[in-house]
Design a protein around this ligand. Structure first.
Ligand code: HEC
Length: 222
């Protein structure tokens, strides 16, 4: 009995002492090592696969066309592109180039309906639900907010706005109107613009119709 305890104590002693001298850089006995060592490359670790990463860099540069979360430009010519990149600068040349941009979305009833919904939330307070520049903000406090009535969508100048130019307007704002780049993403803005263009086209068609009926009326009377 005594002998066994001496041996046991000696064994424990040996184990204890030997564990003190272990190389701290080596893991020693590992139970289920796959659990401890991830196969995935650790952040900033040297890559172990020279076939893919010849320079051993595991933190790769983003692929071309990657959209940065923020381009760091909150001011100056590229202001507001901190949300989503926009290829036209804030300048007369930029606006001129933007005129040629076409709406990338298809004119579907769903897109138009969503455009209407967003328009009524974000734009109608000033532009009015019918785009006649008679929203509650425009008329508030006896028109204290210095906005001219000229921003009705149906003036000749504004009917000539292309969808690309409207997008430019929502990107950078225009005089008293601020940018909507942070409130609406590009897709949402194209939907809103689709809805506005639709309103304008309807207006133009109605104008034409009433113009022809006016001309035809005297003839019909004969
Ligand atoms: C705070 C009021 C306000 C809001 C909200 C607003 N706008 Fe405007 N918007 C204006 C004013 C004022 C102008 C006229 C700017 C100028 O030319 O001096 C304008 C001009 C425009 C123009 C240029 C053509 C025109 O009619 O003069 C477009 C296009 C336009 N806005 C689209 C939008 C869209 C789309 C939204 C919603 C995402 C929106 N606006 C929200 C005030 C507003």
């Amino acid at each position: 009995m005594r002998k066994t305890s001496i041996i046991t104590l000696a064994a424990i002693g040996v184990v204890t002492i030997s564990s003190c001298f272990r190389d701290p850089k080596k893991p020693g006995l590992e139970y289920m090592p796959d659990m401890a060592h991830s196969v995935a490359v650790e952040t900033y670790d040297e890559s172990k696969n020279p076939d893919i990463y010849a320079d051993k860099k595991s933190a790769l540069t983003p692929i071309k066309g990657t959209i940065p979360f923020a381009q760091g430009a909150l001011f100056g010519a590229t202001r507001h592109s901190a949300y989503m990149p926009y290829h036209h600068p804030f300048s007369p040349e930029g606006e001129e180039a933007a005129k040629k941009d076409v709406n990338p979305l298809e004119r579907t009833p769903e897109n138009i309906a969503e455009g209407k919904r967003l328009f009524e939330i974000y734009c109608a307070p000033c532009h009015g639900t019918e785009g006649k520049a008679d929203g509650p903000v425009t008329g508030a406090n006896n028109r204290a907010f210095p906005m001219s009535a000229a921003f009705s969508y149906f003036t000749d100048a504004n009917l000539a706005f292309t969808e690309g130019q409207m997008f430019y307007t929502t990107q950078y704002g225009r005089n008293m109107m601020g940018s909507y780049a942070s409130q609406l993403n590009p897709e949402e803005r194209w939907k809103v613009i689709m809805y506005i263009k639709g309103m304008q086209e309807k207006y133009v068609a109605e104008q034409k119709k009433s113009a022809t009926t006016e001309k035809e009326t005297p003839k019909d009377k004969k």
